[in-house]
Design a protein around this ligand. Structure first.
Ligand code: CU
Length: 172
């Protein structure tokens, strides 16, 4: 019985954390958290968020990221602009050190059906988001590799890597 109460408190943690300790946990605050709010609160512990903006001039607002080996990172990418998504969208694709970047990008150009993530190159990908059209935000949470060094990230929308829509994740 008592354990059930504890469990209830734990499940209500995102709400309870902001409530005074004296407030009855049994209060019927069963209102669900807004979509997107609850995962953020739940994942906040130990996850560092990197906010990146992708622009119509095909650049990432954050061209370098430094992280610790094995760190949990959440990359949130927001596209800014006015062009239709079919003509202009962005993603964030982090590649392994082994990946041959130009080969990946070439394969990606022909992978519109899979949002420019080529199925036969999945082994090259550590983490990737979906595509964000203007005004949209996409995100991915992943564990940074434990091997130190530089990793390339890029937008695999056709032509964007060539326009320098890329960056470097340095693990150290
Ligand atoms: Cu792009």
């Amino acid at each position: 019985m008592y354990q059930h109460v504890i469990l209830s408190i734990m499940l209500a943690a995102p709400l309870a954390a902001q409530a005074p300790a004296t407030q009855k946990p049994a209060a019927p605050t069963t209102k669900p958290a807004a979509p997107g709010e609850k995962p953020a609160a739940a994942a906040a512990k130990g996850v560092r968020t990197i906010e990146i903006i992708g622009t119509e001039d095909m650049k990432f607002s954050v061209p370098t990221i430094t992280a610790k080996p094995g760190e949990q990172l959440r990359v949130r990418l927001t596209s800014k602009g006015a062009m239709p998504k079919i003509a202009m969208a962005h993603n964030f694709v982090l590649l392994t050190k082994k990946a041959v970047v130009t080969d990946f990008v070439t394969a990606a150009m022909n992978a519109r059906a899979t949002d420019f993530i080529p199925p036969d190159k999945k082994a090259d990908v550590i983490a990737h988001t979906g595509l964000a059209g203007a005004g949209e935000t996409v995100e991915v949470t992943f564990k940074v590799p434990t091997a130190t060094g530089d990793y390339t990230y890029l937008c695999s929308f056709p032509g964007h890597f060539q326009a320098q829509m890329k960056g470097t994740l340095t693990v150290k």
